[in-house]
Design a protein. Structure first.
Length: 588
């Protein structure tokens, strides 16, 4: 199977920075945390084997009333591997996981990797066209899903319309034996298999030896769908494992580590098909001997109840989750005393949201930066009092990484601290390249560093401040306008629950900023003039929104972060219709 023909392949994920001089931000690290790490490339299956040897009888995954130990997941993934092998899965093959959060995911994930296959993650919220693209582009041969609507209906269509040879369906989301709540939808088609039949396979399994974890791809993780056809980041075994080690070095070393090996419970509602949940949350939990409470979807009341009842110590979320939790009447009286670590990722956390949660709970919400292509390690906020990141910062570069800022107009020109440009990164967690996209890989690694598309700056201590996405930047009357700056200012208004700012066509300025706002319950709408008056002392005149629209809900991605692409498409369609009508009137 082709992986990449890009000449930049050798300097991407596999670049070591161990010979670089210690960067200036290392002096800002908390006591006991060091930038130089003895990072050892390992396979994901080796990570699991090591965890099973240490924590075998301890709980790994809970889902509803079902709990699976480390030994259970290891044994069931062996059975899954044996069953998948009978379907022809082996080294160089791709297994697609079309699943919500369920124990089926880790069982099949580890089962596929034990055979030397690669996993292709798919979102249950993807449109059929997007799923077909991922299956065809990713050359998926076996697709795994639930025998429940809407998964089964969609998967059966994909089996008929694509080159998928076999479909595996689980009757129960908890992966336990027993009849499912609905009749078997697969009929007697020999290419459709009951997961329980695979798990009944007792053929002996010896996990494939991953001789070169630095270069062997474990996961094809699709990204980039907001601006074009999604492309897959090739994440190697080493990328994923080293990303977890960087996180551990950041939070579990030092004089007084807050998190402890074998002694934490994480509530994971972030979807496992997303890199944020997969690597720094789930795989890290496996490596550390933690217990993961899986939720299939985000429901604020259910999440809050489990945070209390299960004495959860770690909660990773996205900004909208914190907003929703604080909106619950019972939030003010909930006993969250067991929580030791809250984190936010996937999208910038508005300062007002973070500070409101911290005031209400006394628990710091740690923000970091990362992306699919970095597995997704990048920056982290120190957890120790006195070393907190400055207001608006997403933290310091994690150990073992080099972050650099380059000129927006000259990608080879490095900028000093304090100057704004495009963020670049080097390190062993960075992807191998884009699957079957040598030109995109070449462009992304210009100058020997990965160009993220994020715009920001690093201060003299090494703290990263993101301004916006390069592609989201608005060019208004010759000025560069960054939507995030406007969003942060709007969030300061007490009536605002959520906000998205995008650039819309403007006949005079070229583009102008438009704000889409969801108000808090009971709040009254502001006129555009009133909103602009509120913002006058917070942002520049060229940044003031030219339009505002209030909505009951704002679009979100599968992981719950606010999504701009739907609003951009709407505004483009409106503009095109307006222009067409104008042309028609002119002709008349």
């Amino acid at each position: 199977m082709p992986q990449s023909s890009s000449p930049r392949e050798a300097i991407s994920a596999n670049t070591s920075v161990e010979h670089d001089a210690e960067p200036y931000w290392a002096g800002s690290y908390p006591p006991g945390v060091t930038w130089r790490l003895p990072l050892k490339p390992r396979s994901v299956t080796g990570l699991l084997a090591g965890a099973v040897a240490k924590y075998g009888p301890q709980p790994l995954v809970s889902f509803g009333d079902a709990t699976f130990t480390y030994d259970d997941i290891d044994r069931l993934s062996d059975r899954a591997a044996a069953g998948l092998r009978r379907l022809g899965v082996g080294p160089g093959r791709q297994v697609g996981l079309y699943l919500p959060n369920t124990p089926v995911y880790p069982i099949m994930f580890f089962g596929a990797l034990k055979l030397g296959a690669r996993v292709v993650n798919m979102s249950p919220l993807d449109a059929p066209r997007e799923l077909r693209h991922k299956i065809e582009d990713g050359e998926v041969s076996v697709l795994v899903t639930l025998a429940l609507p809407p998964f089964a209906d969609t998967a059966l269509k994909l089996l008929a319309e694509t080159d998928v040879t076999d479909l595996v369906m689980a009757r129960r989301a908890d992966a336990l034996p027993g009849d499912g709540p609905l009749p078997w939808p697969g009929g007697d088609d020999p290419h459709i298999h009951d997961l329980q039949d695979l798990l009944a396979c007792s053929d002996p399994i010896t996990p494939v030896d991953v001789a070169d974890p630095v270069n062997e791809v474990a996961v094809l993780q699709y990204t980039g769908g907001t601006t074009g056809v999604p492309k897959a980041a090739m994440l190697t075994h080493s990328n994923l494992v080293i990303s977890t080690e960087m996180q551990n070095a950041w939070t579990m070393t030092g004089d007084e580590p807050i998190l402890k090996v074998g002694d934490e419970t994480m509530l994971l509602v972030l979807p496992l098909f997303h890199i944020y949940a997969l690597s720094p949350c789930f795989l890290r939990s496996v490596d550390c001997g933690w217990h993961v409470v899986l939720h299939p979807r985000f429901d604020a009341a259910t999440v809050l109840k489990d945070l209390v009842d299960r004495k959860v110590t770690i909660f990773p979320g996205v900004p909208t989750m914190y907003t929703a939790l604080m909106g619950l009447p019972q939030f003010k009286t909930a006993d969250l005393s067991c929580l030791r670590s809250c984190a936010s990722g996937g999208a910038p956390l508005p300062v007002e949201v973070r500070e409101a949660f911290e005031r209400a709970t006394g628990i710091p919400v740690l923000e970091g930066w990362g992306m699919t292509e970095t597995s997704p390690a990048g920056t982290g906020s120190p957890m120790i009092e006195g070393y907190r990141a400055p207001r608006g910062s997403c933290g310091l570069p994690l150990p073992g990484l080099i972050l650099e800022i380059v000129d927006l107009n000259d990608p080879l020109k490095l900028l000093p601290p304090g100057e704004t440009g495009e963020l670049c990164i080097r390190g062993p967690n960075v992807m191998k390249g884009y699957w079957k996209r040598p030109e995109a890989t070449e462009d992304a690694f210009a100058g020997g560093r990965f160009h993220t598309g994020d715009v920001g700056y690093m201060d003299e201590k090494g703290y990263l401040f993101l301004v916006d996405r390069k592609k989201d930047m608005i060019l208004s009357g010759g000025f560069n306008v960054y939507p995030r700056v406007i969003e942060e200012a709007i969030y300061e208004h007490p009536s605002v629950a959520e906000v998205i700012v995008i650039g819309v066509p403007d006949s005079y300025r070229g583009q102008a900023a438009k704000a889409f706002i969801k108000l808090k319950d009971g709040a009254d709408e502001l006129s555009l003039d009133a909103l602009r008056d509120f913002l006058t002392d917070k942002i520049g005149r060229h940044e003031l929104p030219a339009a505002v629209e209030y909505r009951d809900d704002l679009p979100k991605t599968p992981v719950g972060k606010l999504s701009k692409k739907e609003l951009v498409a709407e505004e483009r369609a409106k503009w095109a219709a307006t222009q067409a009508a104008a042309e028609q009137r002119a002709r008349a």
